[in-house]
Structures are given as C-alpha cells and as structure tokens.
Design a protein around this ligand. Structure first.
Ligand SMILES: *Cc1c(COP(=O)(O)O)cnc(C)c1O
Length: 236
C-alpha cells in the first residue's frame, strides 16, 4: 500500500516556485527555459510525485535509495527524469546505475567507475554532475576546486557516463555576498571545463533560500523540496 498523499497544495506551490524562477531570470537577463526545476520528492509518496507530474513537473530528485526505488518501480509514467542527489555508498551504485537518469553527487573516481560498469547496456549513458565542496567545509561531500580538473578528466573517459555539469550545496547561513562568491566560482569552474567537455553545461545550485542568487550566477538546475511538497516527516 502506498501512503496517501499529504494534504499540501502542490499545484499553487509549483506555480509560486515557477514565478520566483521567472522573476529571478528576468532580474538577471536570462530566459526562464534556461533553468530546470528539480522537485525534491525525498520521503514523499508517489501520489505526490504524480500530482506534481499532472501539473507538468518532469524532473524529480531523491536522496534515500530504498524510498526512491519503491517509487520508481511503481511509477506508472515513463517520462519522468529521476535525479539521485544523496550520498552515494559503494554498495548502492548498482541500483542507482539501473534506476536513475541523473546523479548530482559524484565526487570520487571509484564510485564513477562502479556506476559506469553497472550502467545497464540497454540504457543511455547516465548523466552525472560532479559535486564540488565550494565552501571548503571539512567532512563535507564534494571535491575541492583544486581536484576538480583531474576528476573531470577521469570521468570523461568512462563511456557509460556523460559528464553534464557541476553541483554544490554551499555552507549554510552565509551572507549573500559569500553565497554569490561561491556560486560565481562554480560558474567559472563550469565555463573553464566546458571548453574541454562541451556537454558539461549544467550547474545544479540553488535551493529555496538562495534560489535568486544562484540563478543570477548562472544556475541551470534549482533543487526545491519543502516549498513544493511541504515539510518532511523523518524516514523511520
Ligand atoms: C533535500 C535537498 C534539497 C531540497 O531541500 P528543501 O529544503 O526541502 O527545499 C535540495 N538539494 C539537496 C541535495 C537535498 O538533499
């Protein structure tokens, strides 16, 4: 039995996020279609995903593999793009490689090789983003900028992965100035790599609180959960 949908009003929430994206694009002279909304549906039931789908949402982000796999397996529609945005453990790579279209949180060559080897041959290459530890936080996921080129070069050689861009989660509670500095460094790193790897054009950055800054600095994918689906209850 699937859990029943929470009573959160998904349609107006999606509309208001689209409006915020459009306003941020307009203020920074960008086209709205340059920014993809990734609806983060972690811990939320499939019925919520399908409700957002009914209003045109096609990209969904998940962190918890078991929770995600149940939804993906039971999902009755084919044209959803599933993005894995959680921490990747080695023993989870096979399921991620088989069930997802995108991975945002790649930061180690060992994991990249496993995803490459385990990507089923009937599927197109898995789209991957390298997670960058842009605020240089200790014990945080992501490569530091100094190691980015080497990892990108190694990943680019793997035929079942397509290196599509970079992702970051800047340190919480920064000033807007330091947020923008981090986002700008991400955009510069992306521009520099894109000259070598043309497919590397995405920047997954910006969440509810920093969406406008991220878009001003060049974000192409914003990741929003709570503001679409309502507050999460912890997974037990
Ligand atoms: C949960 C999550 C989000 C969405 O966070 P909300 O606060 O629910 O909008 C975005 N990105 C990542 C990597 C996440 O884990």
């Amino acid at each position: 039995m699937l859990p029943t949908s929470t009573q959160h009003a998904i349609h107006p929430a999606l509309n208001s996020i689209h409006l915020r994206i459009a306003q941020a694009c307009q203020s920074s002279g960008r086209n709205t279609d340059e920014v993809t909304l990734l609806a983060v549906s972690k811990t939320k039931p499939l019925s919520d995903v399908l409700e957002a789908y009914a209003y045109g949402q096609r990209h969904f982000g998940e962190n918890y593999l078991q929770d995600a796999l149940e939804k993906i397996e039971q999902c009755p529609v084919e044209d959803i793009q599933w993005h894995f945005i959680g921490t990747i453990q080695s023993n989870k790579t096979k399921a991620i490689a088989s069930s997802f279209n995108w991975v945002h949180t790649l930061d180690r060559i060992k994991i990249a090789r496993r995803l490459n080897d385990q990507r089923p041959s009937h599927l197109p290459p898995l789209k991957v983003l390298i997670q960058v530890n842009i605020s240089n936080e200790t014990n945080k996921s992501g490569v530091v900028l100094g190691q980015l080129n080497e990892l990108a070069e190694q990943i680019s050689k793997l035929p079942k992965l397509t290196l599509c861009g970079l992702m970051c989660i800047p340190a919480a509670q920064q000033s807007e100035v330091s947020q923008r500095r981090a986002f700008t460094q991400m955009a510069e790193a992306r521009d520099q790599l894109q000259s070598t790897y043309p497919a590397l054009k995405e920047l997954s950055m910006g969440m509810s609180s920093d969406l406008a800054s991220a878009i001003a600095c060049g974000s192409t994918i914003v990741r929003i959960g709570t503001d679409i689906f309502g507050a999460r209850t912890a997974l037990t």
